[in-house]
Design a protein around this ligand. Structure first.
Ligand code: C5P
Length: 403
């Protein structure tokens, strides 16, 4: 019989605390023995009862609770269940909570619990705060202290922050947190490997306000980056403009933003020699204007024509310099009935090791219709309609096998 793992969630005083209820509930539904400790300030945002209702037991809400029962958790809340926890997660990890835990202070029940975790306990923290706070040197130093002590950081993500700012500091979504916690035993098959990912669309400017581009949400690229770091890789992520929630962030991921195909090629050529695996998921614009006007073109009535030329084929350029140790995987989006043949010929012309064929319905959504083609076109695997998260995991598995 599998022994239930004990998870202790330490809730900090930030608005993202409300997302922690989802984490507690999902872990509980997945058979974990879930406990929750709440700092006093977190109880300004949500009530202990919200957690009790989903984990089916009382919450540790004070270091000095009233002694109504004589169970160990009431008498010694800083020790039980902390000292037999298998997993401890700080969420949201506020700047103050990170500081307390990094320096070993325990003035309230959450940070006190963090002081009595057993050695085998996996420690995670999910930062959530305003972007300026996150960038403060003191916060960054405390984060480094925790990282050096073996704490695993989940997030923060780029995106909309409660204070109205867009930036880095948003707590990761419950699904990503669950994923990181539950996949901690995943074999680090890409440890010490570097993965280059080209993602998003490129924008080819006609004048300062107009451009030609391709549709691309960047979701597939983000999922590939997250899967690669979960398997132990470090990721260089070069992306055209996408909505900030579709950019990956977190330890091991370096993001570089570009606009045009030429800029993407320039950055990619810099990173490619260091890469063990390159994933070309970008929807690179096929054409760029022969000339870019420095000022906005006037609007005239009637027909209007522009001269375009081909953009550099980044995958083909890098593929032609690939060493025997490097693995390159591309994508092909085809709408015609000869899609598989087209994908096979791209596989060869770009010197790729594999290519993922996807349909137009993959656009922007969470799922897509995918086929995996490798071995110079001899191997065709129809993966069918699957979530992009699963597709990313399968691609990374394949890349790990190839490398
Ligand atoms: O030629 P096509 O655009 O269909 O090729 C698709 C694959 O090639 C994708 O992996 C895409 O990221 C990559 N590509 C590229 N540079 C281009 C065009 C496509 O790297 N200019």
């Amino acid at each position: 019989m599998q022994i239930k793992k004990t998870v202790l969630l330490g809730i900090g005083g930030g608005i993202a605390a409300f997302k922690s209820i989802q984490v507690a509930s999902t872990l509980f539904q997945n058979g974990f023995d879930v406990h929750v400790a709440m700092s006093p300030s977190s109880q300004n945002f949500i009530k202990p009862l919200s957690f009790s209702a989903v984990i089916n037991r009382p919450v540790l809400s004070s270091l000095f609770p009233e002694l109504q029962t004589n169970d160990k958790e009431t008498i010694y809340p800083h020790l039980f269940p902390a000292n037999h926890a298998d997993i401890f997660v700080l969420l949201p990890a506020t700047a103050n909570m990170i500081a307390k835990v990094a320096h070993g202070f325990g003035p309230e029940v959450v940070s006190a619990c963090a002081l009595s975790l057993p050695e085998h306990c996996k420690r995670y923290y999910c930062p959530a705060m305003n972007a300026e706070m996150w960038q403060q040197i003191t916060v960054q130093n405390n984060m480094t202290l925790l990282d050096d002590l073996g704490w695993q950081r989940i997030g923060p993500e780029q995106g909309h922050l409660a204070c109205g700012v867009i930036g880095e500091g948003r707590m990761s979504e419950p699904e990503s947190i669950i994923d990181a916690i539950c996949n901690k035993d995943e074999p680090k098959i890409l440890a010490d490997k570097r993965v280059l990912i080209l993602s998003g669309p490129t924008l080819e400017h006609i004048d300062p306000v107009r451009f030609i581009s391709n549709g691309s949400s960047g979701k597939m690229g983000k999922e590939l980056a997250l899967a690669a770091v979960r398997f132990g890789a470090s990721v260089d992520f070069i992306s055209g403009p996408v909505a900030s929630p579709n950019l990956p962030s977190g330890p091991g991921i370096k993001v570089k933003n570009i606009l045009s195909a030429k800029e993407m090629l320039y950055e990619a050529e810099n990173s490619f020699p260091e890469a063990d695996i390159a994933l070309f998921v970008a929807a690179v614009s096929d054409y760029m204007p022969v000339e870019t006007n420095s000022s906005k073109l006037p609007k005239n009535k009637g027909e209007f024509s522009l001269k375009f030329e081909s953009t550099p084929d980044i995958a083909a350029t890098l593929g032609s310099t690939k060493t025997d140790e490097q693995i390159c995987i591309g994508f092909a989006l085809e709408t015609n009935s000869d899609a598989v043949d087209k994908a096979k010929s791209k596989l060869k012309s770009k010197n790729l090791d594999a290519i993922i064929l996807n349909g137009i319905k993959s656009f922007g959504g969470e799922k897509g219709h995918f086929s995996y083609i490798s071995e110079c076109g001899q191997n065709v695997e129809k993966w069918g309609v699957i979530p992009k998260t699963q597709c990313a995991q399968q691609i990374i598995n394949k890349a790990a096998e190839l490398v």
